[in-house]
Design a protein around this ligand. Structure first.
Ligand code: SF4
Length: 210
């Protein structure tokens, strides 16, 4: 049995919807952002978590990670970039089709982080245009999603900044952390081994309820 959902349920099926072509194009673009993960370090793990079921990047239409620059329009730089790797990053950026966006994820990608050495790039924005800076070491998945939503809002509003020659300018959006740091040190509890009767057949100790 066909159950109408979404727009189908809200509108009679013989309705006609008119809108501007620009709005439809922007709606399609923002609903199908395809990221290219340039994950070089620990931030990449948070990027993977963002696509997993708990955070479910698919809700934002942006879960289709592409490893070919020709099929991606959002470059996510997650982790530190060495001077040796930089030409690869630049080549990938150049091979992506316009309109394209760049997220600098985490302290290392944006500033070099704790790696204040001659071998690590001290901010990828010195070499490629960055649209959104996602803070953190590492940023939580929610923070990365916030960055992706910032780009989606810009696409939706058709608000892409350009210079007088028509060349697109980086958006330069710096996000503010949306979580509070827990007080340190975190109190720890120690579970002492219980009597032998609490042991399971596999030898694990079941904590006794006191
Ligand atoms: S910002 Fe922190 S978590 Fe991310 S790559 Fe650098 S050291 Fe790792």
């Amino acid at each position: 049995m066909h159950i109408p959902m979404g727009l189908e349920a809200a509108l009679p099926t013989d309705s006609v919807v008119t809108t501007q072509l620009n709005r439809v194009i922007n709606w399609a673009r923002r609903s199908s952002v395809w990221p290219l993960p340039f994950a070089t370090a620990c931030c990449g793990i948070e990027l993977m978590a963002t696509a997993c079921s708990r955070f479910d990047l698919a809700r934002f239409g942006a879960e289709v990670m592409r490893f070919s620059p020709r099929q991606a329009d959002l470059l996510i730089v997650a982790g530190r970039v060495s001077v040796k790797t930089l030409p690869v990053l630049q080549r990938i950026y150049m091979q992506m089709a316009e309109p394209k966006w760049v997220i600098s994820m985490g302290a290392c990608a944006s500033t070099g982080g704790v790696f204040d050495t001659y071998a690590v790039v001290q901010g990828v924005d010195q070499y490629i245009p960055v649209d959104v800076y996602v803070p953190g070491c590492p940023p939580r998945p929610e923070m990365l999603i916030e960055g992706i939503m910032a780009i989606q809002r810009i696409i939706d509003e058709d608000n892409i900044p350009r210079d007088p020659t028509g060349k697109r300018l980086p958006l330069n959006i710096a996000l503010t952390p949306n979580y509070e740091v827990r007080p340190q040190p975190v109190p720890l509890g120690i579970q002492l081994p219980g009597p032998a009767t609490n042991r399971t057949a596999s030898g694990l100790v079941v904590p006794s309820r006191v």
